[in-house]
Design a protein around this ligand. Structure first.
Ligand code: EPZ
Length: 420
């Protein structure tokens, strides 16, 4: 398993280009199943999760061709509508094939995604919504077995705001008979990005980006060429790394409008943040201040950014509180940050962070994607050397992270360990 070896360094500085959004690319790749015509996607990030999903789609008979950040897909020859456990267990977002398969082929067998490090992560709302659209669904031997001659438009109230739940139902509704209204829908920019791609394919979706999305079903969708939005979480991660190291960085190819809550918190942390077309420039006005925050669905502060801010808070003056309201177990990074000398107590879904002068380098273990990013940020500001183990978690969601951070002046290298 690979490790990242990070040595104590100075402030990050310079500029770097961010990649396409993982959480927009994954649903958009699944949208290829909705049509027999070719779908060409640009700005698709080169990530482990993307490779996993392409393997799953090929397994069904989708033709896929990838050159750099361009992916061409054709689902004309799909010969099986099954997503097996051995692929789904490595990436929960595979559940996003369920809606498209059901809508286009009238049947699907998708392994129930298990839980993961950050929580149980049920998919009951995906299933409930599809049943409301007329699907017959049962759970058999760990699989979701679904069928529907033709889905029917329905009004669906989502009990909980769910990003992939909204995406699954929105895709299914594009080919349903009649109009579907999703209420209490997720407003994340990645949901809107998917809707833009679907509309480019001939879907009739409106209200995306708000909590009421209306989808008028059509008979068939066409192919399209679509460019995936930039990754706002990768952007936020690099900005926090710059803030924590007292840096001065410019990020290129970004979408500032998709991250107001994060930029506000960085400003509160004593950063000067300047946004222009496709760029964000961050310069620290002085030592970073700690910021308390509370995660919630978009446009509030994103849960995918709380671990990164916790690393920054670990060495800020004073005491801060981070409250996680989306997932029940998203503090796996706390015990690892403690190994680096952080002073953090957890009480229920709140972490109380008391800033210390310096963190001390040590060997730590990545447990999930964003926890890994938190440990990398901590390594950048710790005294001595920090080794982050099991970084396959990191490779799921960050493209070439060590190259990008090195470009900003970080002392970081990858060490491949054959033995484990
Ligand atoms: C998406 O996960 C993202 N993944 C996650 O990013 C992100 O953390 C999460 O949204 C929240 O923003 C992708 O988009 C691929 P949810 P998702 O359904 O859709 C409960 C990362 O780091 N829920 O919005 O799986 C659920 O338990 C990843 O890039 C139900 O109860 O999250 C959670 O408490 C991690 N029933 C809450 O809703 C359901 O049927 C929000 O989960 C579905 C969800």
């Amino acid at each position: 398993m690979d490790q990242l070896i990070i040595s104590e360094g100075g402030a990050l500085s310079g500029e770097v280009e961010v990649s396409g959004a993982k959480n927009a690319a994954l649903p958009v790749l699944c949208a290829s199943l909705l049509t027999a015509h070719p779908l060409t996607l640009d700005n698709v990030p080169d990530l482990r999760d993307v490779s996993t999903l392409l393997r799953l789609l090929r397994n069904m008979g989708v033709d896929t061709e990838r050159t750099q950040h361009r992916v061409r897909l054709s689902a004309e020859g799909v010969h099986q509508t099954v997503a097996p456990y051995d692929l789904v267990k490595t990436m929960r977002a595979s559940i996003l094939v369920l809606g498209p398969l059901l809508a286009r082929f009238g049947q699907a067998r998708v392994s129930l995604p298990g839980g993961c490090a950050i929580g149980e992560r049920p998919v009951d709302l995906h299933i409930k919504g599809l049943q409301a659209m007329g699907a017959r669904i049962e759970i058999a031997h760990g699989d979701i077995v679904a069928e529907a001659k033709r889905l029917k438009g329905a009004r669906i109230f989502m009990d909980t705001v769910t990003v992939t739940g909204t995406e699954n139902l929105m895709m299914a509704a594009t080919l349903a008979d009649g109009v579907t209204v999703l209420e209490n829908a997720a407003r994340e920019p990645e949901v809107a990005d998917l809707a833009h791609c679907l509309n480019a394919m001939g879907a009739r979706i409106r209200g995306h980006g708000t909590d009421v999305i209306t989808i008028e079903g059509v008979q068939a969708l066409q192919g399209a060429q679509y460019r995936v939005m930039p990754d706002r979480i990768e952007t936020g991660t690099f900005l926090v790394a710059a803030a924590a190291t007292g840096g001065d960085v410019r990020l290129l190819g970004v979408q500032p409008g998709s991250m107001d809550a994060v930029l506000d918190k960085l400003t509160e942390a004593n950063a000067q943040v300047t946004c222009s077309a496709g760029q964000i420039h961050l310069r620290m006005r002085g030592p970073n201040h700690g910021v308390s925050l509370r995660t919630a669905p978009y446009p509030a502060f994103p849960t995918d950014m709380q671990a990164q801010f916790m690393a920054m808070n670990a060495v800020a003056q004073g005491t801060t509180v981070i409250t996680e309201t989306i997932f029940e177990n998203r503090f796996m990074h706390v015990q690892e940050l403690r190994r680096l000398g952080a002073n953090i107590e957890v009480e229920g879904n709140a972490a109380i962070i008391r800033g210390v002068n310096r963190l001390q380098g040590a060997t730590v273990m990545a447990t999930d994607l964003r926890a890994s990013a938190s440990l990398v940020i901590a390594g950048l500001i710790a005294r001595g050397e920090t080794i982050v183990d099991r970084i396959y978690h990191l490779d799921r969601g960050y493209e070439k992270i060590e190259q990008k951070l090195s470009q900003l002046g970080a002392h970081i290298r990858r060490h491949s360990r054959e033995d484990s």
